[in-house]
Write a protein that binds this ligand. Sequence first.
Ligand code: COA
Length: 379
Amino acid sequence: MPEFPYVPGLAGVPAAESKICFIDGTKGVLEYRGYNIEALAEKTTFEETAFLLMLGHLPTRVELDRFMSDLSQHRRLKFRIIDLIKCLPETGHPMDAITAGVAALGMFYTNKEVSDPAVQYEAAVRLVAKLPTITAAYHRFRRGDNALLPRDDLGHAGNFFWLLSEKEPDPFKARVLDVSLILHAEHSMNASTFSARVTGSTLADPYSVIAAAISTLAGPLHGGANEDVVGMLREVGTAANARAYVEERVGSGKKLAGFGHRVYKTKDPRAKILERMATEVVDRYGGADVLATAKEVEKVAVEKLGGKGIFPNVDFYSGIVYDRLGIPADLFTPMFAIARVAGWLAHWKEQLENNRIFRPSQIYVGDRARDWTPIDQRG
Ligand code: COA
């Protein structure tokens, strides 16, 4: 008899004690380090939230200034990393490009003293700062453009728009992205965070830790639902088609992209904020028809599925927001990684505070004590 019951996917099995993120899925509450997500989205910047997650407290003005200055000074990539990204095929997925870029960083920044707070800080700053540069560089190279140098005078979100498009970012657009990054920065234990903690528990370097987390996020069961939402809304076409579309999908047992969540059994608090942002974005940049279609899909879906605890999740409105901001659909999951790197690094540091290498067991269900057969007698 195994000592512990086997739980496929470790569903619901605690894998760590953590002070980083609290979720109440029934009441729809999300807190980073005890601060409600609504307050963080309204009052902080991504940089401030990233500091809170990774360093454990809200920064003082001096601490935040230093952190922002450190971030802006670490945005650039070594020319060899740029060359490496340039060599990647333009037909690949950007998630694979950023995994390759991040993994390669570890060969340039080789300090392996992962328990040293100064090494941790420097690696965290580099990773948060460079992920947008790697993502934008790959995007530009695949279109035949040169990568741009980061702008030290812009905030994290504004700089990303600059790197993508070489255009002065409109402050409203930069703030919408900033809030979206805050909303995606952390979400307690899930596959990619677990991956970061497992890799970190071996005392691997932080670049390998984040490369592992990004690879885990790249799978379609984790990242990517917001990309599907945009496709689904195109398929629905107009608000008038929403009822028939939802009824047909639900009736035939198919899932609706952007609905349902393992933890939330009510509307995801991030979806509420993103819905408001989607309205503002559509007012500025157009797309009222897409938003109207989304709202009608939500209305019918909640009517049909709300009783089962199925409501819009973070991906439902973020797809619309990113699309309206002009971000290409296959960069939606990289945007998730650009934000979540802060949460992954917070978990990596927390793991190292009281580290024990992950070493689960297995239940062997294969054959035993078989007779070996010579190769020419095997049928
Ligand atoms: N659309 C329609 N029905 C859904 C649904 C959706 N998006 N999500 C769950 N359901 C239904 C299932 O069909 C199932 O119904 P049944 O009990 O009659 O068989 C029930 O709700 C439970 O589904 P299950 O997949 O077991 O729930 P879960 O909590 O394990 O899954 C997700 C959560 C996120 C995997 C799931 O909701 C999903 O696949 N959503 C769509 C993809 C998505 O938006 N992912 C991003 C998550 S942030």
